[in-house]
Design a protein around this ligand. Sequence first.
Ligand SMILES: *Cc1c(COP(=O)(O)O)cnc(C)c1O
Length: 451
Amino acid sequence: KLAIFGGNPIRSQDFPKRVTMGNEEKKAALRVLDSDILSGFLAAPGKHFNGGTEVVKFEELWKNFYGFKHSISVNSWTTGLQLAVGAIGIEPGDEVICPPYTMSASATAVILYGGIPVFADIDPCRFTIDPISIEKVITPRTKAIMVVHLFGYPAEMDAIMKIAKKHNIKVIEDAAQAPGVFYKGQPVGTIGDIGGFSLNFHKHIHTGEGGLVVTNDDNYALKCRLIRNHGENAVEAYKIEDISNTIGSNYRYCELLAAIASEQFKRLEKILERRTKLGNYLNHRLKNITGLTVPVIEENSTHAYYMYPIKFNEEFFGVSRNKFLQAVLAELPKPRSWDTTPLAEGYVKPIYLTPLYQKRIAIGKNGFPFNFNKGIKYNYQKGICPVVERLYEKELLISPLVKEDMSDNDIKDFADALEKVVINIKELKNDKSLFDDDIFDPVAAIETNVD
Ligand SMILES: *Cc1c(COP(=O)(O)O)cnc(C)c1O
């Protein structure tokens, strides 16, 4: 009998809490505090324009490990995205093709330079931007494609780069969820023109907040460094000819966080190895369950399992995703935090459905940049990306449980819970008491569960 109808649950013991900081990080932080130099930056040309010793050390470490030509640390990947968009020269009225299933920042970075996000649908199996859909929305104003390696699996870069070359457009890789991931043997981040990673609290490795931009292009790297640190003060001394998009802000990473980041980076490979093992186990356990679709990993490519995605077939089961989700959750311990939430539905609302795009109000009150190209009305109506909408409304389940802190037994309990609900799906089908179509809000659920 399913736990949701009073049966014994699969597990009641809490899943392990995520622990990320060790003695190495503590020592590194103390070293910086003892030095009394918490930032090495100065907003003036010269030795300190590109940061202090810890910042440079961290940038070198990541860059050399994966063979990127340049790496530029920043105080978040949200600001890193702004560096990338500015560096490749996005101007008011330029269109950038974005996926709608991503953290909002992937698209808003474009708007901050006056560019206009145009949305392409995603591939229903890998959840990343679909090359065929990209080609359908290319116009003479298209300047770039924003690629997001969603949930930690790389987008179809071969096809995307081919389209980009053909139309002479740039490619930005938002690899926030995919650090250290390989696509057909190549590390993501510099397969396109410029890319980067996030170091926020929820990512594979983190320093609370932080980010890193990577590129193999000298000129883009220089522009990034200018935007990061009040570039307007340095262009003269550095004899920059094209000063467009070089006005800067303060997007600098501090010494304390950079020192912690270097220690975090040393853990990345092990973290990915463990997640791969847990992910492979789940793939193996779930791949033969009709009605559930789990990731398929191509040869020479890797998955970082930022989230473990499962596609749920409502028609096949004759049960709503929401009912299925509630039944699985009832089999497992109540979440104490997002990281121990066994399963959630839908990921994020397709971003074109948020007020920013629905009202076309971003900078000022008059509709800039959406009204910049006279005579062109950008379409953000429901229905423009049916694959994403279907995933959001009916099909996608995600689990943040594929984490290095989980034991073999922990992940087995998760798989057992899914399997139990599938085997006893009839109980759910006959039920009239549960709601079908609420989008389950894990954050609200956690708030009611925390002691
Ligand atoms: C986390 C994330 C970001 C933003 O990174 P921050 O470091 O939090 O600013 C952008 N894009 C995607 C896909 C992300 O997952």
